[in-house]
Write a protein of this length. Sequence first.
Length: 309
Amino acid sequence: MLAIIGASGKLGYATLSALLSLHLLPAEQVVCTTSSDSGATTLQILNQQGFHIRRADWDSDQATWERALEGCDRLFLISSSRIEKDFGDAAPGKGREADHFKALEAARKIGVQHVYYSSLAFANPSKSRVMKAHERTEEWLQASGMAHTIIREGLYNESWPLYLGHYNVPDDERTEVPVAGDSKISWTSIPDLGLANATILSSPSSEWAGKTVYLSQKQAHNLSEVAAMVSKGRGIEIKVKVVPREEHERYYVQERNMSEPMVSWWSKTYDALEDNECEIDDLTLEDLLARRGVKPKPLEETVAEMLKC
Ligand SMILES: *[C@@H]1O[C@H](CO)[C@@H](O)[C@H](O)[C@H]1NC(C)=O
Ligand SMILES: *[C@@H]1O[C@H](CO)[C@@H](O)[C@H](O)[C@H]1NC(C)=O
Ligand SMILES: *[C@@H]1O[C@H](CO)[C@@H](O)[C@H](O)[C@H]1NC(C)=O
Ligand SMILES: *[C@@H]1O[C@H](CO)[C@@H](O)[C@H](O)[C@H]1NC(C)=O
């Protein structure tokens, strides 16, 4: 039986939908954990086919996690979204990885055989602080003795506003957007990731055990190019301005009223971009999609659709 932790979130949901709609796994072989009533409601909508829904959240104790994962031999772990745990350079074991470790310890205890972990498509080690919890979780898995597959997910289609100076979709008033670095990023659409993930999860465990793969679209675009797509969508010209990281932090905290812990956690991501960490040369995603006759969705389409809403 396969457990999915985080199935009611956007990404887990895309994977679960692909698994069920393509009949890649029988529904009764899937357990989804959820942390909230609204998550349970979201899952229920998809649940004519009868997968199992169990409650556990990141604050639950290990015994609760053990009960939630009971009977499962494989686990798909989608990372915790509690980013505030990472703020202020969280010490090892104190950031979001603490959430993951609890679920993983429970999984190991009840005899889960194979963990698929959803990481992010930066280099490892990365200069971005966003990656710390992922790096620590990957290390835990490597030391755990459990079979595991690390899926470094391409930066999601709809996350471009975050990178493009926390752009306010659809009607940000700026024509010049300060960022602390720019380089190519292999943007990848969420439905494409969901389908690729589902294909991995429904393959024999031995096909993917011990592997680290990137799921990224081959076509990459830098932030200047994304700004050009936004310009086209809005009919006004928008440019990016690369500024030093300190200036970036000052601007977003003082002039855009964003929280300082969030901005300083985020800003080193641009150092990672300057090192070209997010231009990924890995054909796994496109190969997995091609098996199902699907072509990756271009970022231009994503940007245009998001500006229309
Ligand atoms: C794909 O799987 C990873 C976990 O390996 C998860 O983090 C990610 O959210 C999934 N993506 C989608 C679109 O379901
Ligand atoms: C972004 O990409 C365009 C098109 O490839 C290129 O002309 C431009 O120099 C790039 N800008 C940066 C900052 O990398
Ligand atoms: C930030 O806050 C100040 C003072 O409350 C306000 O005048 C300004 O418009 C705000 N700026 C943004 C971008 O929200
Ligand atoms: C981005 O991903 C979301 C979540 O799965 C999906 O609903 C949406 O259609 C995608 N957006 C675009 C514009 O591709």
